[in-house]
Design a protein around this ligand. Structure first.
Ligand code: SAM
Length: 231
């Protein structure tokens, strides 16, 4: 949480946040679910742009942290502790569901994807930002470039590692879950979605040229952003 609140994760502050906000676009008046919201920075940001946001996270401590940040009455944002496998709202409530860095924390997101289909209105959008299923391997942030053999790629694979962000190491081992691209296309299709966009947030040529941090820290495509529309 310290990393987020002190804006110390450059992948987010200089790359993925912009990509997610760009994919969401203007959101004034929209009802948005921030699924796996963590301490809530994205939910607050979307609320400040006029969206009516519910943040849901399975970790009560993070929900408490999210609720402890004062927001103006003009910024409708609320938080609740729940699993994305059983979202405590009725059907067809949201215009948009955003999953920012959530999917790598889910061992099996199939149930969650069906829940997103249930709580979204017809033509509502699902925006998923996650680790790149094809290229991300252990310690890619530190320059590691390993290819994924087919025997691993086509299964759900977990990578156990400590994350190091701006000199701060995660206190415990974190498992990042990845699964093949065809998992996303198949599971989204079966849950009634059509994929409308696939982006790979990456540094600009200018960032790579001017800053060695990006050259060392982005050795391969690290992120994938999917946009899907509920039929
Ligand atoms: C990497 S954090 C991302 C948090 C936030 N979206 C952000 O970008 O800062 C992943 C979050 O997913 C939450 N999470 C993991 N499994 C979940 C589940 N089944 N339901 C709801 N939240 C979950 C974790 O508690 C954690 O806050």
């Amino acid at each position: 949480m310290k990393v987020i609140r002190e804006h110390r994760d450059r992948y987010r502050t200089e790359l993925t946040d912009r990509a997610v906000l760009d994919a969401i676009g203007p959101c004034e008046g929209q009802k948005i679910l921030d699924a796996g919201c963590g301490e809530g920075y994205l939910a607050r940001r979307l609320a400040s742009q006029g969206a009516d946001v519910l943040g849901v996270d399975a970790c009560q401590g993070l929900i408490d942290a999210a609720e402890s940040v004062p927001t103006g009455t003009a910024e409708p944002v609320s938080f609740t502790c729940a699993s994305v496998d059983a979202i405590p709202v009725g059907d067809e409530v949201f215009d948009l569901v955003v999953c920012n860095h959530l999917f790598s924390h889910l061992h099996d997101p199939s149930r969650a994807i069906h829940e997103f289909g249930r709580v979204l209105k017809s033509s509502g959008r699902l925006v998923i930002l996650t680790l790149h299923p094809c290229f991300y391997t252990a310690h890619s942030e530190n320059g590691a470039m390993n290819s994924v053999p087919a025997s691993r790629y086509f299964t759900s694979r977990g990578i156990d590692q400590h994350f190091m962000v701006d000199g701060l190491e995660s206190p415990s081992m974190i498992t990042s879950w990845l699964r093949p691209l065809e998992y996303y296309s198949g599971t989204l299709r079966d849950a009634g979605f059509v994929i409308t966009d696939l982006r790979e947030p990456h540094p600009t040529g200018e960032q790579l040229q001017s800053d060695p941090w990006w050259r060392d820290g982005f050795p391969t495509a690290l992120f994938m952003l999917l946009v899907a529309e509920r039929r």
